[in-house]
Design a protein around this ligand. Structure first.
Ligand code: IPE
Ligand code: IPE
Ligand code: MG
Length: 241
């Protein structure tokens, strides 16, 4: 069986891939473990996906790690996810740095526990000069939160007289999103068989190609990423033209 890796056209790679990493809980429960075991195993998939994206020359990889709505999960699960976040960032920072990966984060980071946000900011600062893959973690992120925030900022600036309402255009709105320096995703992957967006990048996904796979996140491997990229390359993007 030939690998999708060989079938990929290296001259037509998506510049930005976004991933809704879903299915951790189901993956674990199907195996008789608790949901947290699924989150722990999801870290391997994060590592493989990041490595592969860096290796083949993807410029931006955005991973939806924790949504605003996920704060409403049982406290025990939220705590476990935060702990996993801290541990993973701590352990992976040297490897990310060695591989020239730049870490970024989007979301309402003020809601993260102090030690998580401290570790995160330290890794972001340490890797900020790297020129390879930009790995963007969406943490305590939701698109409606982001759009609401953007509106507040724009209203404040209009009221301060910095510009008039006539000057509000798509570019200005994009520049008030948390993704302001990041191009829109070309490809969105969602694992676990759910076919919905779950409050992720609603503004930025306007012309993104959507790819859904039944594979649960902890089982997602390099070959699955190659397959998604291959499938993306078979599509015709028309952008309404
Ligand atoms: C995705 O897996 C991880 C997070 C949302 C943090 P889930 O925890 O949503 O797992 P399922 O979808 O319930 O199986
Ligand atoms: C989306 O998954 C959020 C993340 C992957 C972080 P959810 O599991 O929270 O979304 P729903 O509840 O299935 O829509
Ligand atoms: Mg889920």
């Amino acid at each position: 069986m030939s690998s999708f890796k060989e079938k990929i056209d290296k001259t037509n790679l998506p510049k930005h891939i976004a991933v809704i990493m879903d299915g951790n809980g189901r993956w674990a429960q199907e195996r008789g473990f608790d949901r947290i075991f699924g989150h722990q195993n999801g870290v391997t998939s994060v590592r493989e996906t990041t490595e592969t994206a860096a290796e083949i020359g993807i410029q931006y990889l955005t991973l939806y790690a924790f949504s605003t709505e996920n704060w409403s999960r049982p406290q025990e699960e939220v705590d476990a996810l935060m702990e996993l976040l801290i541990d993973t960032i701590e352990k992976e920072t040297p490897t990310l740095d060695k591989n020239n990966v730049r870490l970024m984060a989007i979301g309402d980071l003020s809601r993260l526990p102090g030690n998580a946000s401290e570790k995160l900011q330290r890794c972001i600062a340490k890797t900020s000069q790297n020129t390879g893959l930009s790995l963007v973690l969406a943490l305590s992120y939701s698109s409606r939160w982001e759009i609401t925030n953007a509106l507040k900022m724009i209203c404040t600036e209009v009221m301060a007289g910095n510009y008039s309402t006539d000057e509000i255009n798509e570019e200005l709105i994009s520049n008030h999103m948390t993704t302001k320096s990041i191009p829109d995703p070309d490809l969105l992957i969602r694992t676990s068989g759910e076919e919905r967006i779950s409050n992720f990048l609603l503004w930025q996904l306007a012309y993104t190609e959507l790819y859904f796979t039944k594979i649960h996140w902890p089982a997602f491997r390099k070959e699955n990423l190659y397959e998604a990229i291959y499938e993306f390359q078979q599509r015709e993007r028309r952008f309404g033209k």
